[in-house]
Design a protein around this ligand. Structure first.
Ligand code: G3P
Ligand code: CA
Length: 220
């Protein structure tokens, strides 16, 4: 079962920072997952659409410039990373799952993704995922070979249909809805099933026995 470092190794370093990504790589995580939001003039790696919880800044991410966001402290003196920095750090070391977290991410992410595919990032090393399925569809229309993951709370008929339509590689669902039916439904759509968020070994073992293919963990 794959170990996907959730927001980096976020139990051990500030979430969604290069320090958390580095820690995940050191721990031997198979994948690292980070969240991508649009700001006023670019894209940044941060989970929330506001700054208060994870930085010393205030207000919405969407209205601030990259330069202003990069001046903030995202914990222990870490900066808010750019998506490209995460790819550069992980290349050849760890696979990367970019979650399109907020609106308007897909069109801005396309040039980076196009370059990444041209540079040889393979389906084993790069995945874009989102709960915002229209953004996944926009990526798929522009880059049909880009590996995609459909995020959902529960693997229901709509999630399966979307995964099939997009040719997705992964469906990821919430731990409380991870059961044998979810595994079977994902398999039926030709997808691996990944589960978020799993931070204890007993639960991980139970999910592995069910046939779950990957777990997002803050302690990968
Ligand atoms: O991608 C799975 C998981 O990261 C989704 O939840 O809120 O941690 O981004 P969240
Ligand atoms: Ca996420």
């Amino acid at each position: 079962m794959l170990r996907i470092a959730h927001r980096g190794a976020s139990a051990l370093a500030p979430e969604n920072t290069l320090a958390a990504v580095r820690r995940a790589i050191e721990l031997g995580a198979t994948w690292v997952e980070v969240d991508v939001q649009a700001c006023a003039d670019g894209l940044v790696v941060i989970h929330d659409d506001t700054l208060e919880r994870t930085t010393d800044g205030h207000g919405p991410v969407a209205t601030q410039t990259v330069a202003a966001l990069r001046a903030l402290d995202a914990g222990h003196g870490e900066r808010i990373p750019l998506p490209q920095e995460v790819l550069d750090l992980c290349r050849g070391r760890c696979a990367v799952n970019l979650e399109l977290k907020g609106p308007r991410v897909a069109p801005r992410l396309l040039p980076l993704l196009r370059d990444a595919l041209l540079a040889g990032w393979s389906a084993d090393a790069l995945l874009c995922s989102s709960f915002d399925w229209p953004q996944l569809a926009a990526l798929h229309a522009a880059l049909p070979d880009l590996p995609l993951g459909v995020l959902c709370e529960q693997v229901d008929a709509a999630a399966v249909a979307m995964a099939e339509q997009l040719g997705a590689r992964v469906i990821a669902c919430a731990l409380e809805h991870a059961d044998a039916d979810a595994v079977a439904a994902a398999r039926g759509a030709g997808c691996a099933l990944w589960v978020f968020t799993v931070n204890d070994a007993d639960t991980a073992a139970r999910l592995a026995a069910l046939g779950v293919n990957g777990i997002f963990s803050d302690q990968p």
